[in-house]
Design a protein around this ligand. Structure first.
Ligand SMILES: [Zn+2]
Length: 102
């Protein structure tokens, strides 16, 4: 029975920023927890097609809150490797503007 359940449409209402109706989508969201970057993938959320504002319903928000507190679960998750760039160094090396204007 659970298998032929129709997609659960939740009414996210309109974007708080620009009043555009939000569309339900799976998103990837990053969280900084005590200086550590955590990415949660496949979160069902309402996304503004115009400005990109994202909201989740309270159930999803609750699960995310629980997940972010579950350090054991987080520690056992697969890791990704991401670039981190020192912006000052990039500007120095690839300066496209006269130094005075940076
Ligand atoms: Zn918007």
């Amino acid at each position: 029975m659970a298998n032929n359940k129709k997609k659960n449409i939740y009414n996210y209402g309109e974007c708080e920023v620009c009043d555009t109706p939000l569309e339900e989508k799976y998103i990837k969201q990053d969280f900084w927890i005590k200086g550590e970057l955590i990415v949660i993938d496949h979160i069902l959320a309402g996304v503004c097609p115009k400005c990109g504002e994202k909201v989740v319903n309270s159930d999803i928000g609750h699960y995310i809150g629980e997940l972010l507190k579950n350090t054991e679960y987080i520690a056992s998750a697969p890791k990704i490797c991401v670039p981190i760039i020192m912006f000052d160094e990039f500007k120095k090396e690839y300066s496209i503007l006269p130094m005075d204007s940076i």
